[in-house]
Design a protein around this ligand. Structure first.
Ligand code: CDP
Ligand code: CDP
Length: 224
């Protein structure tokens, strides 16, 4: 088929969204948009600028002078903040544990959602995040909600850290993931939630290839 559809992938941390979204986009020659990376870049800049992470107006002023670009590379995507490659820095412990604070501000969400909608304007896009199916692309042809047990999600992140040479405590990692999920689910603006028309996939005992294959089948049905 040559229909370009919009695929929204949401779910909690470590459910497999970005890994799977990237591969689905490659297979379909679609663009991949990692909205979490955009929130992370905003959090990074706010931290660097010593802004109060709860001050929506200050963040809004900062955003008026901020560019965030997602550039495709061999491994996936590089993230540029004001022209500087911050792909590594936005994955730091400090950003990870503070990003939910800036992500709950209406001013920040309004600005980033507008940018995300512009990026998806032409279709042929796989976008992952927390509110893609519910707010960013409410008319997406395919919505997927990925879940996995907290133990499995923590284990995945643990393995990821080990590969990078970082020593982390599995139980601590699990608690941090649960805390971030809680903040993301309980915030007032666009909380993490499954859209009514989303297909839920529990990936706890699925391989990445299984999940990708399943989404490609669903995408094929939607594109017909
Ligand atoms: O990859 P991981 O699941 O750790 O997180 P992420 O997708 O990089 O998102 C980082 C944070 O950004 C989340 O914990 C949310 O607080 C926020 N976020 C959001 O609020 N809305 C989105 N569409 C994407 C991310
Ligand atoms: O984007 P999100 O936070 O939802 O998760 P991710 O960063 O895509 O996946 C977290 C880790 O789990 C990665 O290292 C993936 O390789 C791994 N993963 C897995 O082992 N099995 C899956 N079905 C999906 C992801």
């Amino acid at each position: 088929n040559n229909h370009s559809i919009r695929i929204a992938i949401d779910g909690p941390a470590g459910a497999g969204k970005s890994t799977v979204a990237k591969q689905v986009a490659d297979r379909l020659s679609y663009i991949y948009i990692d909205t979490g990376a955009m929130y992370r870049a905003v959090a990074l800049k706010a931290i660097r600028s010593s802004l109060d992470l709860h001050d929506g107006q200050a963040l809004k002023r900062m955003l008026d002078e901020t560019t965030v670009e997602l550039i495709k590379n061999d491994e996936g995507q590089s993230v540029f903040l004001d022209g500087q490659d911050v792909s590594e820095e936005i994955r730091s412990h400090e950003v990870t544990n503070n990003v939910s604070f800036v992500a709950r501000l209406a001013e920040v969400r309004e600005d980033l959602v507008r940018r995300q909608q512009l990026l998806a304007e032409k279709g042929g896009v796989v976008m992952d995040g927390r509110d893609i199916g519910t707010h960013v692309l409410p008319k997406a042809e395919l919505k997927v909600f990925l879940i996995a047990s907290a133990d499995e999600r923590a284990r995945r992140r643990f393995e990821e850290n080990k590969l990078k040479g970082f020593e982390v405590n599995l139980e601590e990692l699990k608690q941090e993931i649960l805390l971030r999920d809680k903040r993301d689910s309980e915030r007032e603006v666009a909380p993490l939630r499954k859209a009514e028309d989303a297909v839920e996939l529990d990936t706890t005992s699925m391989t990445i290839q299984d999940v990708v294959a399943k989404i490609l089948v669903l995408a094929g049905e939607r594109a017909d």
